[in-house]
Ligand binder design. Structure first.
Ligand code: SF4
Length: 489
């Protein structure tokens, strides 16, 4: 999972690119990069760490031009040593035709496509999915003779044809922004698995900028965007420099499979997908949990939410069941434990992440509300702390059903053997976590809380029904084991 941004307009975009990257830090902070174009030259600035570090004291005027893209990276490929992270910073560059590209999501058949492209003579100095996407795009742009296009309409037709060809070759999740010398190209995979939304800025009724972001929270932050909409599955847009003329087409639409986990965990609370504010969905989930587990009412003295994703759900849960809510667990810092690349680092991140207020815990039977239970690492550790601080009972409630399948679309849950719900009954999970009860929202309850038809969602990690073919995934998992010394697998 990563964050991507794109702006094209009539005024310099550097400041918004940098500030926007900072707002997308929740989606990854292993590295941050931005590239702009001023009509003559590309400019870029990239580095390891979050935007606040990479752009600290950076004179943003150096990123010249009124079009640009940016990326915040959560590394799911290529290893996590500094030198490996360094060679895998996005956006990636190519010069025939000149372009910078960045993407969010993982390709299942990345390795076979990389081999194929190498045989055609393409170079790979990175291990990124976005380089496969870029090289494949370039291959089809040459095949479709993009350089021979006589006028803008013909040019865009050749780009869209190239993407149609690319869609046929690739399996997986990809939301992409590409900055070209001719304009800004933006597209999604045919199932629209990962998010990407668009907005406009206007002055006196005239469009002065188009903006694209993994999350609409970026548009909320700036406050002057309108007409925010999610790109459709398989949709592509090309916006010409200078004229800002937009061309858009749903190139290879397939059944939508939007990642439900974006609502439950990944995204910022003020982001909106499919007309639903993320925080409101989380609040609904607390209501559904309260309905589904009303019979537990007399076993609970106090409700506690795990920050930050579990707070609204916990408040709602407590309110509906008329149980007091206490702010017993408080988060310190911004670190998200999923962004750590080994179990050991993940455990340390949890230690440094929360403070616990003993007065709210001691002698109480506590209902803990959390978004999900993936490896069980966080939940078990938190439960231990609660008991150590005198909790009489700890009952865990999750508003995702048991996670039984790995995500192959950009999240680090590659090996099912590490998922606590795989091969374990609820009672076995309870024993492993050493708590008094473990309670998961039902599949129907999840769909009700989301308020979105299940046919429009990717639910693969709770159903094992993947929206794309996954026959090549074992090659990629092997590679990941090698890259990470099996640390996170
Ligand atoms: Fe999202 Fe799960 Fe699908 Fe991955 S497998 S895209 S986390 S719903």
């Amino acid at each position: 999972m990563c964050g991507i941004l794109g702006f094209i307009g009539k005024k310099p975009v550097a400041e918004r690119l940098i500030t926007g990257s900072d707002r997308l830090q929740n989606r990854g902070e292993h590295s941050t990069g931005a590239a702009t174009y001023d009509g003559n030259f590309f400019y870029s600035h990239l580095g390891l760490g979050p935007a606040a570090l990479v752009f600290n004291d950076y004179p943003y005027e150096n990123l010249k031009g009124s079009a640009g893209i940016a990326h915040t990276r959560y590394a799911t490929t290529g290893g996590d040593s500094p030198e490996k992270l360094q060679r895998n910073i996005q956006p990636v560059y190519a010069d025939r035709p000149g372009m910078f590209t960045c993407a969010n999501g993982d390709l299942i058949n990345m390795l076979s496509q990389t081999e194929r492209l190498k045989e055609m003579g393409f170079s790979f100095q990175t291990e990124l999915d976005s380089k496969v996407l870029q090289n494949l795009m370039i291959h089809y742009m040459h095949e479709n003779k993009l350089h021979c296009a006589k006028e803008p309409g013909d040019y865009v037709e050749r780009i869209f044809k190239s993407l149609e060809d690319l869609h046929k070759d690739l399996q997986g999740a990809y939301s992409v922004v590409t900055l070209m010398e001719t304009g800004l190209l933006v597209f999604k995979d045919p199932h629209g698995i990962r998010p990407l939304s668009m907005a406009k800025r206007t002055e006196n009724g005239e469009i002065t900028e188009y903006a694209f972001s993994s999350e609409s929270a970026v548009f909320n932050y700036f406050g002057d965007y309108s007409d925010i909409e999610e790109l459709k599955p398989g949709e592509a847009l090309f916006i010409e420099h200078n004229t800002l003329k937009m061309h858009r087409r749903q190139i290879t639409p397939m059944q939508e499979a939007f990642c439900f986990f974006e609502f439950v965990y990944f995204s910022r609370p003020d982001t909106k997908f499919k007309d639903r504010v993320v925080e409101n969905v989380r609040k609904n989930m607390g209501g559904v949990l309260a309905e589904e587990f009303a019979s537990m009412r007399n076993r609970i003295d106090v409700v506690v939410g795990i920050p930050a994703t579990g707070l609204s759900a916990a408040h709602n849960f407590g309110q509906i069941l008329n149980i007091p809510y206490e702010n017993a667990i408080i988060k310190v810092g911004n670190k998200r434990s999923f962004q750590e690349t080994s179990d050991e680092k993940r455990r340390k991140a949890i230690d440094n992440k929360f403070i616990f207020i003993k007065d709210f815990i001691e002698g109480k039977r506590i209902a803990v509300i959390d978004d999900s239970n993936v490896r069980g690492t966080t939940a078990k550790k938190i439960a231990r702390r609660l008991y150590d601080l005198g909790a009489k009972e700890v009952h865990y409630f999750f508003f995702s059903p048991p996670i039984i399948g790995s995500c192959y679309y950009g999240i680090d849950t590659p090996d099912e053997s590490k998922l606590i719900a795989v091969g374990n009954s609820n009672e076995e999970i309870r024993k492993l976590m050493q708590v008094d009860s473990v309670n998961y929202i039902s599949h129907q309850g999840l769909i009700r809380g989301l308020g979105i038809p299940k046919e429009e969602l990717c639910l693969a990690c709770i159903t094992k029904k993947y929206p794309t073919p996954v026959d090549e995934i074992h090659k990629r998992l092997e590679l990941r084991k090698k890259e990470r010394g099996c640390g996170i697998c």
